[in-house]
Design a protein around this ligand. Structure first.
Ligand SMILES: Nc1ncnc2c1ncn2[C@@H]1O[C@H](COP(=O)(O)OP(=O)(O)OP(=O)(O)O)[C@@H](O)[C@H]1O
Ligand SMILES: [Mg+2]
Length: 253
């Protein structure tokens, strides 16, 4: 089977800071891969490369076997890669519905089938439905995102990614601002996306969440991918050892 996404030899520098070096990564249809690592390990930088925010200084990305250049987040979204960013990246002055449909508003056929206009009602109904599924306590889908709490914003970003991701869904610490129930629901949504055959990259500092949903765990440390573990072949202590560096290739062999 061909990987949905394959990144090879990825490097990214910010001035003299080496954020990533020699990172190889692949993910297959229907697979959930947890990318774990300490603060500053390079996780967010890596997924920003996969979602068109940054260009890698070295390396290449293939989507369904084809070499791609992701020129912008919109370009990545057009290619079916949807991302929940750690810093969320919603439009603050715009309401919940518009944020979810940003750039892909539903058009209703106008008179004579020629003049399209935004079908606000259909969009609002769909958003209400999706937020309901997530049990997100957003009062009104007409509220501007600026007025929402961190958890509510996170729910909006998750709904947007899950709704539109056709090739790959990426979630960078999606549960960071969520309560217990919303976090559990987010894990369920990840499983739902997986069941549709769409792979998910899931970044979290909550290791039990990774064990709950991920088929595979990739650990980044100091900008390098240090280990690739099948979840069922490892355990939390081992993963923590790789994250902290008490276990490493140098220490083992
Ligand atoms: N825009 C930037 N300019 C300069 N340095 C950056 C920039 N973004 C990230 N870095 C640096 O790159 C390294 C990796 O950062 P990154 O945000 O990818 O880490 P992370 O694994 O996502 O950490 P966390 O778990 O805290 O979110 C860090 O040393 C960080 O300071
Ligand atoms: Mg990060």
């Amino acid at each position: 089977m061909e990987p949905t996404l394959q990144a090879t030899g990825i490097a990214k520098y910010f001035g003299s800071i080496r954020a990533l070096e020699h990172v190889d990564f692949e993910i297959y249809p229907g697979e959930v891969v947890a990318v774990l690592g300490d603060n500053g390990a390079g996780k967010s930088t890596f997924i920003k490369i996969l979602s068109g925010v940054y260009h890698p200084d070295q390396g290449e990305i293939r989507l369904n076997g084809e070499l791609v250049r992701l020129n912008s987040p919109m370009d990545a979204r057009k290619k079916g890669i949807e991302t929940v960013y750690q810093d969320l990246a919603l439009a603050p002055q715009v309401d919940v519905t518009s944020n979810i449909f940003l750039g892909r508003e539903m058009m209703r056929k106008g008179l004579l089938g020629k003049i399209g206009f935004l079908d606000r009602k259909a969009m609002r109904d769909q958003v209400k439905n999706m937020l309901g599924q997530l049990k997100a306590s957003v009062k009104s889908v007409n509220q501007v995102v600026d007025e929402l709490s961190g958890g509510q914003r996170q729910a909006v970003a998750i709904v947007r990614a899950v709704s539109w991701g056709t090739n790959l869904v990426i979630m960078d610490e999606p549960t960071a601002a969520l309560g217990v129930e919303e976090s559990a629901k987010t894990l369920e949504l990840i499983k739902e996306v997986k069941s549709k055959g769409i792979p998910v990259i899931f970044i979290t500092h909550t290791i039990p969440f990774a064990f709950d949903v991920a088929d595979r765990i990739v650990v980044l440390r100091l900008g390098k991918s240090v280990v690739n573990l099948m979840t069922h072949d490892t355990h939390m202590d081992e993963v923590v050892q790789w994250i902290t560096g008490s276990k490493s290739v140098e220490n083992n062999y």
